[in-house]
Design a binder for this molecule. Sequence first.
Ligand code: 13P
Length: 244
Amino acid sequence: MKKQIVANWKMNTARAQAVALVNALKAKAGQGSPHFDLVICPPFVWLADCASLVAGSAMGLGAQDCHAAEKGAYTGDISAPMLKELGCSYVILGHSERRQHHQESSILVKEKATQAIKNGLVPIICVGEVEAERAIGQQEVIVARQLDQSIPDTGRFYIAYEPVWAIGTGKPPSLEDIRIMHDFIRNRIDPSRGVAILYGGSVKVSNAREILATKNVDGVLVGGASLDAEEFWGIAQASPTHKG
Ligand code: 13P
C-alpha cells in the first residue's frame, strides 16, 4: 500500500496562504508518486478554492469534521453530502481537539463515520491516549475502547493514532512505542476491512523517514509541519521506496 501523507491544517491559513500552499504542493507533486498519496485537509471555508486547484491533480482533498446527520436544523454545521459535493474524498473525525473542545464521544464519531461512508467519503478516525493514561500504562485500554466504539459497522475507513501528549509538542513517542500501538490497532481490527493506520503527533522532516518505515505505519497525519510546503513535501518524500 502506498503511504498516505495527510495534512491537517486545523484552524490555520488565510485564503491567500491556503491557495499558495496548494499551488506549491501541486507543482511538486506533479502526476503523483508510486510511493505515497498526498491528501490535504484545509479549513471548511477554503475547501472550494482548494477543490478547484487540486482537481485533475494526484492530490486528494479532505475536511476536518462533518455532522452525523445528512441535513437539517443544525445551525453552523456541515454535512457529509456537502463535503462530497465540494470534491472531498476524506474527512477527519474524532480528532482529540474535537473530543476535548467539543466534547465529542466515540459514539458520536461512529455516527459521523457512518454518515461519511454513506456519502462516499473515507473517514480518518482519530484515537489516542492522554499523557496521564500513558503514565499508568492504560494506553491500550483507552485506544481499544475508542476503536470499538467509533469504528463504523461497514465501509472503508482509516485510523489515525495520535497520542494527545505528542500533538504540537515536538515530542513523538519512541519508534518502539509507535510500533507496539500500531501492532495493537492492526490486531484489533478485522483484517478484511483493509484499514490504513496513520501515525500523528509531531511528525517532521527530521523524524518522518523512521516513522514511515515502522511496521504497520501506513502513513502520517501531519499538523504544524503541513503548513510549510517544503516541510510537508519532505515528509512525503521520506516514504520508503521499497514495497512492504
Ligand atoms: P502536529 O503535527 O502539529 O503535532 O499535530 C498533529 C495532529 O494533530 C494532526 O491531526
